[in-house]
Design a binder for this molecule. Structure first.
Ligand SMILES: Nc1ncnc2c1ncn2[C@@H]1O[C@H](COP(=O)(O)OP(=O)(O)OP(=O)(O)O)[C@@H](O)[C@H]1O
Ligand SMILES: [Mg+2]
Length: 263
């Protein structure tokens, strides 16, 4: 179980490049304020999609939830416990090229279940996840022998095998062609229905957020605050074309992100 509470979180970076170039002492204009007093809660099992302009601090926020970076002020609590560093046991950060290139699909997925003592149980689990992402027959292929979509599926299988309480996905569909994007998005939604783990997805695609999320969050430009937080109480599968409420929300978010007409 995983309940995440983000309390009064701010994050600033010192712009070291400018400090070095001008050989000056650190002045306030050398500080980049990225996140400005963020307060959020993620319920156990919820899938939340996070949108925001490029550079506003979405990845920074995810890194702090994963414990890779410390906040400047405020805190992140998981099940009431403050985060003081990476916790590989209960958070998995899904990233592209997360697979180890010298290992096969099978071996990469096996990394997530290496703690299992029972060999036959372990093999059954690995096979189950590989078939869940439709990679049966490719178990002994290396990452460089897979297409972009297959790679992303193998990464998903690895994430699922770890069986984390929280799955963090930063732009999981970037670089995929349109059809593969749709297919993998559907797989992530199905996977979430099945495993019901807390899943945080950062995406640039408003449709992704509206189709996938139990809730959508829109961040403002830097220093980022929360501009919109909306529960998406719609059944699945969702069809934006058939749902006027979702279409209206889509237009609203487009407008919020600086595009005055929805495409
Ligand atoms: N380690 C760092 N040192 C200094 N500045 C940083 C560091 N990491 C991020 N930043 C700055 O913080 C801001 C937010 O970066 P971040 O990667 O979180 O944005 P993002 O919302 O994920 O953007 P994108 O949508 O383009 O991925 C950027 O201006 C970036 O330059
Ligand atoms: Mg980012």
């Amino acid at each position: 179980m995983s309940h995440i509470h983000i309390k009064n979180l701010t994050k600033s970076y010192i712009d070291k490049r400018r400090v070095a170039r001008f050989n000056s002492s650190i002045a306030t204009n050398n500080v980049i304020n990225v996140l400005d007093n963020i307060n959020l809660e993620f319920e156990d099992g919820e899938m939340v999609c996070i949108l925001g302009p490029s550079g506003c601090g979405k990845s920074t926020l995810l890194r702090m939830i994963a414990g890779f970076e410390a906040p400047t002020s405020g805190e992140v609590l998981i099940n009431g416990q403050p985060i003081n560093g990476p916790r590989a046991d209960n958070i998995f950060v899904f990233q592209h090229s997360g697979l180890l290139p010298w290992m096969t699909v099978w071996e990469n997925v096996e990394l997530g279940v290496r703690h299992l003592k029972d060999i036959s149980q372990k093999h059954k689990t690995i096979q189950e996840y590989i078939s869940m992402v439709e990679l049966t027959g490719f178990e002994h292929h290396f990452p460089h022998q897979l297409s972009g979509g297959m790679l992303r599926r193998a990464e998903l299988a690895r994430a699922l095998a770890v069986n984390p309480d929280t799955l963090i996905m930063d732009e999981p569909f970037s670089g995929l062609d349109f059809l593969t994007h749709m297919k993998i998005r559907e797989e992530v939604v199905n996977m979430h229905e099945f495993i019901k783990k807390t899943t945080l997805v950062v995406t640039h695609d408003i449709d992704d957020a509206l189709i996938m999320g139990d809730r959508v969050i829109v961040m403002s430009d830097r220093p980022a605050s929360i501009k919109l937080e909306k529960k998406l109480d719609f059944g699945r599968p969702r069809d934006l074309g058939q749902n006027p409420e979702l279409r209206e929300l889509r237009d609203e978010i487009f407008f919020m992100l600086g595009v005055s007409y929805a495409i």
